[in-house]
Structures are given as structure tokens and as C-alpha cells.
Design a protein around this ligand. Structure first.
Ligand SMILES: Cc1cc2nc3c(=O)[nH]c(=O)nc-3n(C[C@H](O)[C@H](O)[C@H](O)COP(=O)(O)OP(=O)(O)OC[C@H]3O[C@@H](n4cnc5c(N)ncnc54)[C@H](O)[C@@H]3O)c2cc1C
Length: 447
């Protein structure tokens, strides 16, 4: 008899994983705790409920990494994309979705599938046998989170994200910024130059603090804040505590010498740290924030060297249960310490409906391959799917790992050159053409 795949959580990732497995002939059980156990964000007992915005973001598969991910999931017969397309609402180049009929149809399609059963109820222990995928999302129930924490260790499971903005390295003005670790710390030259530094004069600092204090902020959702102030103070809250607080905190100018103007002492310094092994992305250290996105770009572009910065993602702080995937998962998305369990969706440290569904699609296919004893070739890192899974399972810096949206900064450079002579449009088209060809080939090889 064919072995059964069990999936905990019938959200974006769990629903897609179940569909992929069932369509490949593997019987699936989805264990979903709603409606018996509620979360503060979900409203229904439907599978794949969209908890907040109704947008799948850009649908442009030539110029946008999330649009490319849409395309890749459509090519792979993804249920989430099929139903999103069916319930598409007018929204310019974005894919907006009529949320209730969308999740009702995902639920109906799965419940009607002869190989899928949906079992209501919370799972609170880690399963020791069989094939399992944990796709319990940012609001994983407390009991299961505790079981995961007991297995992985306290430092490997977070209950909040504290996302500092991430900048494309190529958009930083290196005539202003310079590379240096504080006090040149480190054994190797690479470590001594691990940080990118942006200097501020006193006037620039004062103007920056004014802008931070005046910027529009987002509010937490009701029920979201419990336990939040543990070491992830938003930068604007630090500024509210006193105009000098940041200058004595993340923006302290000590131990640094401006390589362009060695005789000038900076009043404050903003530091950026490498965010991925490719060295294409840098996060602004200590700059987690609840400022609105529009305000963030305005305020952060006041930082000398970042005037023309292009952001791979903006900052945020949310209730978000996620594991330290780069240390805990193998390349097959399996928990190294218990390889019968895979993780998928937002709990792996991707962010957003689309990315979560994508990681469900991949985990579902990997589980099928394992059950059938037909291993899949690795997903090319040049595809959106491959870039994302490569990032979470090893490409990201484990020590500072925070949830990530798909973006072109995760892709290996074209022709081995980051930036290069191509214009942005041409470059993005180069990424997406390359990805489409490789994804088509991978899907054919995986048949
Ligand atoms: C308040 C809030 C607002 C958000 N807004 C947006 C947004 O606007 N846009 C966006 O793209 N993303 C948003 N997100 C992130 C979004 O939730 C995810 O991107 C996406 O839903 C994650 O998919 P998932 O399948 O990993 O988790 P989910 O879709 O949350 O699915 C997980 C499922 O697991 C179930 N579950 C949890 N624990 C257990 C258990 N122990 N046993 C059984 N079942 C369990 C849950 O009930 C849920 O159905 C938001 C998240 C939150 C918390």
C-alpha cells in the first residue's frame, strides 16, 4: 500500500503541498486545527485563508521576482495559483484575489480530491514516524511551537520577526560608504571589512532623528503584541527615548575611520551587514521598524550613501513563528534531527502568501519523490523557487536569519557579474528568461 503523507496546517503551504502530493498519486491527510482552535488573525475554518491583504503582489513574470514565482507555480500545476487566477480582481499589474471564494474553492477542491482527507484538530507533538510536513505558519499553536522548541533549542525558534530593511549592494554609493568592522575586529581581512559604513554629520543626524519621529507608523494587530519588546525595539521607539539614544546604540560612531575622509570624525554611523552568501544583499543593522513602507524609503534614503538605495525588502516587526532553517533544515527541507519531518511555508522563514505556497509546493513534491523512491534533481538556484529554497536552507546568514520575500538579490548573478553593464530592465529580463528555461527543464526532469 502507498505510504500516506501527513500535513499539519491547511494554510497556503499545507494546501499546496497536499494538492501536489495527491495529484502525484500519494494519499494525504491534512490536520487543521481551525475552527476548533482559533488564531487572532483567521476568521473562518477554510483552508488557505488570506489573513490580511488580498494581494499576491506583482504578476509581472518578466520584471518581478514574485511574478516569476507565480509563473513557476502555474507551470507546476499549483492549486493556489489556479484558484487565485479564477478569483482575480482588477488591480493593475498586481494579482488581487477575492479572498472568500478563493479559500472556499481551495477547500472544496481538496475535500473533493479522492486522495485527500482533512482531519480537524490541533497536533501538539512532533510525530516520530511516517512522512510529515509541518506547515503551521506564523501563528503555529502554542503547544506545537513548544514541541518544536524542545527539539530544536530555544535559539532556533522565534515568535516575532524583527526585520531590518535590506538593500541591494549594487545600489549603495561606495564613494560615500566604506567597508570596515568596528575596531577592525576579525582574524581575516574579510572579517575586518565585514560591515559597510555610512557616515553622518551632526546636521544630518539631527535631520534624520526629526524624520524618524515624524514618520507614519503601523499599528500592531489586536492580540499580536504579547512578548514583543524582547530585544527588538523599533528604531523609532529608540529615537523617542532620547535624541542621543541611537548615537549610543546602533549608530555609534566609535572604532571606525572613514576611508574616504580619514581626518573627519563622523557624528554617527549607520552600519550595514551582509545578508546572504552571494554578498548581493545588505541589512541595515538594528533598524527594525514599524514605520510605514512609504515613510521608510523616504527616511532611509536620507542616510549618506543610500540616497539611491534600492530595497530588496523593507523593515517590519510582526508576530511570526519561524525556525532557523539555515541551521535546522537540509537541502530537502527535512529537519536534520528528525528527517521524517519536513517544514514548509512561512514557518521556514519565507514571508508572504506566495512564497509560503511556493515552499509548500516544493515540500510536497520532495515528499512525493521520497515516498516513491524517485529522488528529484536539485532545484536550480537560478529559478525563483530555487533561489528561495537555497536561501532558507543555507544561503542566508544563520546568525541573523530573518524572514525573506523572494527578490532578485537572491539569484546568482547573470554571466557571473552582479550589476554589470546591463540596464535594470534588461537584467531582470535576463534573470526571468534564465529562470523560465531552467524551471521548465526541471519540471520535465521531475516528471
Ligand atoms: C496578522 C498577519 C497578517 C499578515 N498579512 C499578510 C499579508 O497581508 N500578505 C501576505 O502575503 N502575508 C501576510 N501574512 C503572512 C501570511 O500569514 C503568510 O504569508 C501565509 O498565510 C503563510 O502561509 P502558511 O501556510 O505558512 O501559514 P498559514 O496560512 O497561517 O497556515 C497555517 C495553518 O496551520 C494551522 N495550524 C497552526 N498550528 C496548528 C497545529 N498545531 N495543528 C494543526 N493546525 C495548525 C493554522 O490554523 C493555519 O490554518 C500575515 C500574517 C499575519 C500573522
Amino acid at each position: 500500500m502507498t505510504e500516506r503523507l501527513h500535513i499539519i496546517g491547511g494554510g497556503m503551504a499545507g494546501s499546496e503541498a497536499a494538492w501536489q502530493a495527491a495529484e502525484a498519486g500519494i494519499p494525504v491527510t491534512i490536520h487543521e486545527m481551525r475552527p476548533q482552535v482559533e488564531t487572532f488573525a483567521h476568521r473562518t475554518g477554510n483552508l488557505a485563508e488570506m489573513v490580511c491583504s488580498n494581494s499576491f503582489r506583482s504578476d509581472d513574470s518578466e520584471q518581478n521576482a514574485v511574478g516569476l514565482l507565480h509563473w513557476e507555480m502555474r507551470q507546476a500545476g499549483g492549486l493556489i495559483m489556479q484558484m487565485a487566477d479564477k478569483h482575480r480582481l482588477p488591480a493593475g499589474g498586481a494579482l488581487a484575489v477575492d479572498r472568500d471564494p478563493f479559500s472556499e474553492d481551495v477547500t472544496a477542491a481538496l475535500r473533493a480530491h479522492p486522495l485527500v482527507e482533512v482531519v480537524d484538530g490541533e497536533i501538539s507533538e512532533l510525530p516520530s514516524e511516517g512522512h510529515w510536513i509541518i506547515a503551521t505558519g506564523p501563528l503555529t499553536s502554542g503547544a506545537l511551537a513548544e514541541a518544536i522548541r524542545a527539539e530544536t533549542g530555544a535559539d532556533s525558534l522565534a515568535f516575532f520577526d524583527a526585520i531590518a530593511p535590506i538593500v541591494y549592494a549594487e545600489s549603495i554609493d561606495m564613494d560615500v560608504a566604506w567597508m570596515q568592522s568596528r575596531y577592525d575586529k576579525g582574524e581575516t581581512e574579510e572579517e575586518q571589512k565585514a560591515y559597510l559604513n555610512c557616515p553622518m554629520t551632526k546636521d544630518q543626524y539631527e535631520a534624520f532623528i526629526d524624520a524618524l519621529l515624524a514618520a507614519e507608523k503601523t499599528e500592531f494587530h489586536e492580540g499580536e503584541t504579547a512578548g514583543y519588546f524582547d530585544g527588538c525595539l523599533p528604531i523609532e521607539v529608540m529615537a523617542e527615548r532620547g535624541r542621543e539614544t541611537l548615537r549610543h546604540g546602533p549608530m555609534k560612531p566609535v572604532g571606525l575611520t572613514n576611508a574616504h575622509k580619514p581626518d573627519e570624525k563622523a557624528w554617527a554611523v549607520v552600519q550595514l551587514r551582509r545578508d546572504n552568501k552571494l554578498g548581493t544583499l545588505y541589512n541595515i543593522v538594528g533598524f527594525q521598524t514599524k514605520m510605514k513602507y512609504g515613510a521608510q524609503t523616504e527616511v532611509f534614503k536620507m542616510i549618506p550613501g543610500l540616497e539611491n538605495a534600492s530595497f530588496a525588502r523593507l523593515g517590519g516587526i510582526h508576530r511570526n513563528t519561524f525556525i532557523n532553517s539555515p541551521t535546522l533544515l537540509d537541502g530537502q527541507m527535512r529537519l536534520k534531527s528528525r528527517p521524517n519531518i519536513r517544514f514548509a511555508g512561512q514557518i521556514t522563514g519565507v514571508e508572504g502568501y506566495v512564497e509560503s505556497a511556493a515552499m509548500g509546493l516544493l515540500a510536497g513534491r520532495l515528499a512525493v519523490a521520497e515516498i516513491k523512491g524517485q529522488p528529484l534533481p536539485p532545484v536550480p538556484a537560478e529559478t525563483a523557487m530555487g533561489a528561495l529554497v537555497t536561501h532558507i536552507t543555507g544561503g542566508a546568514e544563520a546568525k541573523t536569519f530573518q524572514p525573506m520575500n523572494v527578490n532578485f538579490g537572491l539569484f546568482p548573478p547573470l554571466d557571473g557579474v552582479r550589476g554589470g553593464r546591463r540596464g535594470r530592465k534588461d537584467r531582470y529580463k535576463g534573470y526571468t528568461d534564465r529562470a523560465k528555461e531552467l524551471w521548465t527543464g526541471w519540471l520535465e526532469g521531475a516528471r
